[in-house]
Write a protein that binds this ligand. Structure first.
Ligand code: ZN
Length: 155
């Protein structure tokens, strides 16, 4: 819990807020990502009222092929590369951290996606979320492959 003394016009307001920090493991994973993703995720963590961590950045081709075989990714790692297969990685996977446990509940990941996308716009980067692949106004319900933990750089 951090305490900040913020000035709003002539009125001083005492604001209590929780500041989250990435664990060392999350920091190491984030370091394998493109600097734009590092910027976006770092600012998102400052803004978010739900704690989150970094599950994966760069992914080896071997692991990509395993995920494809298990049906967890539509990229085979041979003809189709995932944005995780670039070095630095152009994609990042997250998890939310709620009540001392990793948490993949849709409501938490949707909340986080709103923050991440908003921060990305603010920083001038175009990002795609795995809950809205076609980037239209419909989340989740108009797509087959749900990857709500996944964010990637568009260009
Ligand atoms: Zn991913």
């Amino acid at each position: 819990m951090a305490v900040d003394f913020q000035e709003t016009n002539s009125c001083y307001c005492l604001i209590f807020y929780v500041m989250y920090k990435f664990s060392q493991v999350s920091q190491l994973r984030l370091k394998t990502c493109d600097s734009r993703l590092v910027q976006i995720m770092s600012l998102a963590l400052q803004r978010s009222k739900v704690d989150f961590g970094i599950a994966e950045g760069n992914r080896t081709i071997q692991r990509q092929q395993e995920l494809f075989k298990e049906g967890k990714s539509d990229k085979d790692g041979i003809h189709n590369l995932s944005k995780h297969n670039y070095n630095p990685s152009l994609a990042v996977d997250v998890y939310t951290w709620v009540e001392e446990k990793s948490n993949y509940a849709t409501h938490n990941l949707c909340y986080l996606a709103g923050i991440v996308e908003s921060v990305a716009i603010e920083l001038g980067h175009e990002i795609r979320w795995g809950g809205n692949w076609d980037m239209d106004g419909v989340l989740i319900n108009d797509q087959k492959l749900q990857d709500l933990v996944h964010f990637e750089i568009v260009k």
